[in-house]
Design a protein around this ligand. Structure first.
Ligand SMILES: Nc1ncnc2c1ncn2[C@@H]1O[C@H](COP(=O)(O)OP(=O)(O)OP(=O)(O)O)[C@@H](O)[C@H]1O
Length: 457
């Protein structure tokens, strides 16, 4: 009997990840499926024959069965029927895959109770999505660990993928997502999950002057050229044992693309003026806001380099796709302000919370962070209102006004809003704005603001 190769994902959650019985006799496809599923956070027992699959699955403990239909020593349907007859209590939901789409086979298997029937080549992303869906229905969905990056299901999912990837340190990782969404935060999290050994070195590839590409990447040895009085390590050496984040990789000049490709092929770098190649010992992480596939198609990005870096890609979803994170992140930024300035506690009013949720955040988390920081500094009182969070355009006719006129108009508008929000009660408004009653009265008089007749005191 062939012993199954078993592997476990390193996830640290309370519930173990779902365990998949993979029955596949093709060694190449089997290995690639097993590896892909492990990276996606599943535990995989790979059985290379129908009889080994039968023994393993009948013994129990699996959450899913993924089986080829035509196996060297039998047919997937017979395996399924035998398990139904002999060990129905241990038979998990099943997906069958085949290279020979046969409608009769498909119908027979689905009638027997199989959850799905897929034809090869199987799109790995689709397969994983389907396995997760089946898992959720069967109640064996992985209990996703909380993530320090967010509370939304999308960020928990990303956390799980990072946990799975963390131990494969040779594997380059490509992080995609719009500007300001948190790609560097994700790279830092991966570095942390790797055990935080070595340094995380980040290089903005778009900002390296052409003449310095080689020395930045590979370093220089003393005397390499006139003026090179000291040896200096390049980023690959600086990040040895840790993580090298090559940011804005999509905006990298062409000459740099060629040099990077060489490093990825050789896994060594040679400092300028040096003779000995140094092995690359850093996890390589690439990040870009660009659509690299489109750039390859348009000839702006080297196809060979794209394939080298596009081994595992992670997409950081925009805030619009994970609204659950908006208030959580906002509270986190308020906390940071409280820790830095304990004498200035700030909190969100209910209206501000609504406004944060209603905004579409084209600048992603960076825009949210700036909005909160700005509001903390400029708000007149401890409770932040929507107007504190969003910069308003100058009212019509004020675009050309002097600074003191603009400040005056802005102060008047702010007072008026605070008074209205506090029912025109002077004591409450003064407290909210951090002013004395007298101070507030003086400002109101200066701006010609009067309590409406029906208003309180
Ligand atoms: N999950 C998060 N938790 C806390 N802060 C975050 C999170 N995501 C992003 N930020 C903050 O938002 C800002 C932008 O994040 P980051 O630099 O990682 O984005 P990016 O996608 O790499 O941006 P760019 O494309 O401009 O390089 C940073 O100040 C970062 O600290």
């Amino acid at each position: 009997m062939v012993r199954p190769s078993t592997s476990a994902s390193p996830g640290a959650g309370a519930a173990p990840p779902p365990r998949v019985a993979l029955v596949e006799d093709d060694p190449i496809l089997g290995e690639s499926l097993a590896e892909h599923l492990q990276l996606e956070g599943f535990r995989v027992d790979w059985y290379r024959t129908a009889s080994a699959g039968y023994c393993g699955i009948a013994a129990g403990g699996h959450d899913l069965l993924l089986s080829d239909v035509r196996l060297g020593d039998g047919h997937g349907r017979h395996l399924y029927e035998r398990l139904q007859a002999d060990a129905p209590e241990n038979l998990p939901p099943a997906i069958f895959i085949t290279a020979y789409a046969d409608i009769d086979d498909a119908v027979a298997l689905l009638k027997l109770g199989a959850a799905d029937y897929l034809t090869k080549p199987v799109d790995p992303e689709r397969l994983v999505a389907r396995l997760r869906e089946i898992c959720r229905c069967a109640g064996c969905a992985p209990a996703r660990d909380p993530s320090p990056m967010g509370v939304s299901p999308a960020m928990r999912e990303l956390e799980a993928r990072l946990q799975a990837i963390a131990r494969y340190r040779d594997m380059p990782v490509l992080i995609l997502g719009p500007t300001g969404v948190g790609k560097e935060v994700v790279a830092r999290r991966l570095h942390e999950l790797q055990g935080g050994t070595g340094r995380l070195v980040a290089l903005n590839c778009a900002a390296v002057p052409e003449g310095l590409v080689e020395t930045e990447l590979f370093g220089q040895r003393r005397g390499a050229f006139t003026g090179a009085e000291h040896s200096r390590p390049g980023v690959f050496e600086q990040a040895a044992g840790g993580t090298l984040l090559l940011d804005e990789v999509g905006d990298m000049p062409e000459a740099m693309q060629a040099k990077l490709l060489r490093v990825l092929q050789d896994r060594t770098v040679t400092p300028v003026g040096g003779s000995e190649p140094i092995p690359v010992r850093a996890r390589l992480v690439f990040a870009t806001h660009r659509d690299l596939e489109a750039d390859v198609a348009a000839g702006r990005f080297r196809k060979d380099l794209y394939y080298r870096i596009h081994v595992v890609s992670l997409r950081v979803p925009p805030l619009a796709e994970r609204p659950d994170d908006i208030l959580w992140l906002a509270e986190g930024f308020l906390d940071q302000h409280r820790r830095r300035y304990p004498a200035e506690p700030r909190q969100l009013s209910p209206a501000a919370r609504e406004a944060l949720l209603a905004h579409d955040w084209p600048g992603q988390v960076r825009e949210l962070q700036h909005a909160i920081e700005r509001a903390c500094v400029f708000a007149a009182g401890p409770v932040l209102a929507p107007q504190d969070l969003f910069l308003e355009r100058p009212p019509d006719g004020q675009a050309g006004a002097s600074l003191s006129e603009r400040l005056g108009a802005s102060e008047r508008a702010h007072l008026e809003r605070a008074l209205a929000a506090n029912g025109w009660r002077i004591t409450r408004t003064a407290e909210a704005l951090g002013l004395s009653r007298k101070g507030l009265w003086q400002k109101m008089r200066r701006h010609g603001l009067q309590v409406p007749r029906a208003g309180g005191r």
